[in-house]
Design a protein around this ligand. Structure first.
Ligand code: GAP
Length: 487
C-alpha cells in the first residue's frame, strides 16, 4: 500500500472509532484480534445497508423470498458441503516465533515491498503454484525470496500444511464418551442454512423455478492472518442469495446475476471506476464458474462480493448425506421432448456479499478531508462522510439556533413530526458551525436550523452536507423534502 493510501486508511479507521462507527472488540481488555464492534452510527449504517440489500433482493423480486436459519447446524451439514475436508488454507509456521501465516498473505506482504513489475511477476508465480496446489514449489518460492517472519526476523520455516478455518464448539451440557459426538461448528457461510431449507421454502412459499432464497447473518472463520480492519474478520456478516434454476440454464443466470449485482452497487451512487470483475481461475470445490466483484479500497482492489455458479453440488450432497430427496418437479413442457421437464435437482447461482466489506467500501468512499473558502473569504476545512443519503445513519439534524426564545419547543415539534419516518438527531449545544461539523463527520445529509425568523414566517434553514448550500423551506415541507431526497 502506498504511504498516502495507508495514511488515508489509518485516518478512516481513526475516524470510525472517534465518531462511533467501529470500535475494536473488547477494547478495555486490549481488544480481541480481528473482532470489531459497531457503535451507534456504525450499527445504523450497517442496518441501512442490510435493509437496502434485503429490500432489493426480496421486496423488489417477486421470485425471491427470505429465511433466517440458525447459526448452529447439524455437523453432517459441513461434511456434506465439503467444508470439513476442503475449507482450509495453506499455512506455514515460523519455527522460531511459532507464528503461523497464510502462505498467500505472507507472499503478498513481501510483494508489497517490491517495485510494481517485480511484485506482479512474483504474484503471478504464486497464483500458478497455488492453482496447482504445489506446496513444495511455494515453500521454495518463500525461501528463494528470503521472506522473513515479522516477529523473529528469521526464514526458519516449516513445511506448508492445510489448516481448516471452521470454529468448533461443543453442544449440550453432558460430556459424551466420544467427544466427537458433541462437536458443532460455527457456520462459516450462511448459504448452507438456505440449502437445507430448500424444500421447506419451495413448498411453503409455493415457489416455481427459477426462484431465489435470501438470507443475512453472522458467519465465522478462524482466519489466520486477519488484518486490514473490518475487511477480514473472524466474526462477520454475510448477505447471500441462492438462485435455483433448471439445469442447463445456470450459465445464463450466472451472467444475469453478475451484471445485476454490479448494478446494485452502482445504484447507491458508488463510482463505476472503483469496481471491476475478477474471474476465478482456481475454482472453489463447489464452483462451475465464479467471479468476484472487486472494489478499490484504500489498500487497493479487493473482493467485496462473490458470484458463484455452484451447479447441483450442494443439494446433491445434502441429498446423499441426509438420504432425503431434495428435488423439484418441473411441470413446464420441454419443447424438445414435448413432455414436462419432470423431477430434477436444481442448479444454483449464488450471490454472496460481506456486509462488513460493503460497510468499509461505503465508509472509505464517503470519507473526505476538505479545504474550502468561507463566505467572508477565510479558509476553513472539514472532515465529511459523503454517505449516500439513503444509507446515512442520521438523515436529519434538528438544530435550534439558541436554547431560548421558544426555539427548542419548535424544534422538538419538528422532531416529533419527523422521527417516525426517518432517523433524526436533536442538538442545541455549541455554535451552529460546530454542530454542522459534527453532523458532517457522521455523514448527516441534512441539517435544519430553527431561528427567530421561524417564529415569524414558519420557515427554517436547510443546509445540505455535500454542497454546504443553504436555503429556506417551510416547516410544513421538511418531512416531504427529506423523504423525497432519501428515497
Ligand atoms: N457462500 C459463499 C461464500 O461464503 P466467500 O467468497 O468465501 O463465499 C463471500 O465469501 C463474501 O463474504 C466475500 O466476498 C466477503 O465479502 C465476505 N467475507 C468472507 N470472508 C470474510 C472475512 N473473514 N471477513 C469479512 N468478510 C468476509
Amino acid at each position: 500500500m502506498a504511504t498516502n493510501d495507508n495514511n488515508r486508511f489509518q485516518a478512516i479507521i481513526a475516524h470510525a472509532k472517534e465518531y462511533g462507527f467501529v470500535f475494536p472488540g473488547s477494547e478495555i481488555y486490549d481488544g480481541l484480534s480481528a473482532v470489531y464492534d459497531y457503535g451507534p452510527w456504525g450499527s445504523e449504517l450497517k442496518k441501512n445497508i442490510r435493509d437496502y440489500w434485503w429490500k432489493s433482493m426480496t421486496q423488489l423480486h417477486e421470485n425471491i423470498v427470505g429465511v433466517d436459519a440458525a447459526i448452529f447446524m447439524h455437523p453432517t451439514t459441513w461434511k456434506a458441503s465439503g467444508h470439513v475436508d476442503n475449507f482450509s488454507d495453506p499455512m506455514i509456521d515460523n519455527k522460531d516465533s511459532k507464528k503461523r501465516y497464510r502462505v498467500d498473505h505472507l507472499i503478498e506482504s513481501y510483494a508489497d515491498t517490491l517495485p510494481q513489475k517485480e511484485a506482479a511477476d512474483l504474484l503471478g508465480v504464486m497464483d500458478r503454484l497455488l492453482s496447482a496446489d504445489d506446496y513444495a514449489g511455494l515453500k521454495k518460492l518463500i525461501e528463494d525470496c528470503q521472506i522473513k517472519c515479522a516477529i523473529s526476523g528469521t526464514s526458519n520455516w516449516t513445511d506448508i500444511r492445510q489448516f481448516n478455518l471452521m470454529f468448533k464448539t461443543e453442544f449440550g451440557a453432558v460430556a459424551s464418551e466420544n467427544e466427537e459426538d458433541n462437536i458443532v461448528y460455527l457456520r462459516p457461510e450462511t448459504a448452507q442454512g438456505i440449502f437445507v431449507n430448500f424444500l421447506n421454502v419451495q413448498k411453503t412459499a409455493r415457489m416455481k423455478i427459477p426462484f431465489g432464497i435470501a438470507q443475512t447473518g453472522k458467519a465465522f472463520r478462524n482466519e489466520i492472518v486477519a488484518r486490514q480492519f473490518i475487511f477480514r474478520m473472524r466474526e462477520f456478516e454475510q448477505m447471500e442469495m441462492q438462485f435455483f434454476v433448471r439445469p442447463g440454464t445456470e450459465g445464463e443466470w450466472y451472467r444475469f446475476w453478475k451484471e445485476e449485482r454490479l448494478k446494485w452497487h452502482l445504484s447507491l451512487g458508488m463510482p463505476a471506476e472503483k469496481y471491476r470483475y475478477h474471474d476465478h481461475v482456481k475454482l472453489a470445490h463447489y464452483a462451475k464458474e465464479a467471479c468476484d466483484i472487486e472494489f478499490e479500497f484504500p489498500m487497493g482492489f479487493k473482493e467485496v462480493e462473490g458470484i458463484h455458479s455452484r451447479g447441483d453440488y450442494d443439494l446433491s450432497q445434502h441429498q446423499l448425506y441426509s438420504k432425503k430427496k431434495l428435488q423439484y418437479y418441473d411441470n413446464d413442457i420441454n419443447e424438445a421432448t414435448g413432455k414436462p421437464y419432470g423431477n430434477y435437482v436444481p442448479n444454483v447461482v449464488e450471490t454472496s456479499i460481506g456486509l462488513d466489506r460493503m460497510f468499509l467500501s461505503v465508509l472509505s468512499q464517503a470519507y473526505q478531508e476538505e479545504k474550502f473558502t468561507k463566505e467572508g473569504g477565510s479558509d476553513d476545512s472539514r472532515t465529511v462522510l459523503h454517505i449516500p443519503p439513503k444509507l446515512a445513519p442520521v438523515k436529519l439534524a434538528v438544530l435550534p439556533l439558541t436554547k431560548k426564545d421558544g426555539l427548542p419547543e419548535i424544534a422538538r415539534d419538528i422532531m416529533k413530526n419527523c422521527r417516525g419516518d426517518f432517523y433524526c438527531f436533536y442538538e442545541e449545544k455549541d455554535t451552529i458551525g460546530k454542530r454542522y461539523r459534527r453532523m458532517d463527520a457522521i455523514g448527516t445529509p441534512f441539517c435544519i436550523t430553527i431561528d427567530h425568523q421561524t417564529k415569524d414566517d414558519q420557515t427554517v434553514t436547510i443546509r445540505y452536507r455535500d454542497t454546504m448550500l443553504q436555503e429556506r423551506i417551510p416547516v410544513a415541507a421538511i418531512k416531504d423534502h427529506v423523504t423525497e431526497k432519501i428515497r
